[in-house]
Design a protein around this ligand. Structure first.
Ligand SMILES: C[S@@+](CC[C@H](N)C(=O)[O-])C[C@H]1O[C@@H](n2cnc3c(N)ncnc32)[C@H](O)[C@@H]1O
Length: 190
């Protein structure tokens, strides 16, 4: 089932809303990471830049065939051989990687879903102990030009509470400001 309010606007507009380099720099996504899994590739906005930075494979999935096709095409056109892109429903199929097989898991613009604690826990379980779960989300501010409705939009403190409640993750970054519109948190798998 498609996660609530997870549809995408036009690609060009979407990509004006995110400073991808700043976001990846501040989260510390670099070649110290080998394999990384991403939930919801969308247009591949983060998939390609992350794949260029890491030392291993970027596995990504999306429930929308058009999104997976767009990301696959962009990766191929960019000559990236370390992107594996699947059409899959995370609820029914999981993340498509073995437990504790990844150095990192990306949960970008998705934790406004119906069961965020469960999704965070499932993402955490893909990562080896000492690996990282990276979260970004829209600021809790009704004036952002895009983002889920305020009724379901998580505040940073909600995400920190969920992680603490779940017990698999410790916060290793504090809450990062990711201007113009986002915040981010890097967790370490215990
Ligand atoms: C808001 S977009 C974010 C895309 C990307 N992470 C980014 O930040 O640019 C969320 C993506 O998750 C996908 N999605 C929604 N429900 C899903 C599910 N159950 N399984 C896999 N992907 C899903 C949507 O199709 C969409 O492409």
């Amino acid at each position: 089932m498609k996660l609530r309010e997870s549809g995408m606007p036009d690609e060009v507009f979407w990509e004006t809303l995110l400073d991808v380099k700043l976001i990846l720099d501040r989260l510390g996504i670099d070649d110290t990471l080998r394999d990384v899994v991403e939930l919801g590739c969308g247009y591949g906005t983060f998939t390609l830049p992350v794949a260029r930075r890491i030392g291993g494979t970027l596995t990504t999935l999306d429930i929308e065939p058009d999104m997976a096709a767009r990301t696959t095409r962009r990766a191929r056109d960019a000559g990236l051989s370390n992107v594996v892109c699947m059409v899959a429903d995370v609820g029914a199929d999981g993340f498509g990687v073995a437990p504790e097989s990844q150095d990192g898991c990306l949960l970008f613009n998705i934790l406004h879903c119906e069961e965020p604690v469960r999704l965070l826990a499932e993402g955490a379980r893909t990562v080896r102990p000492g690996g990282s779960v990276f979260v970004i989300h829209w600021r809790f501010d009704a004036t952002t030009p895009r983002g889920p409705s305020m009724a379901i939009r998580p505040k940073p403190e909600n995400i920190l509470e969920w992680a603490e409640q779940m017990g698999l993750l410790t916060n290793s970054s504090g809450v990062l400001d990711l201007p113009p519109w986002h915040y981010g948190i890097r967790f370490t798998r215990t």
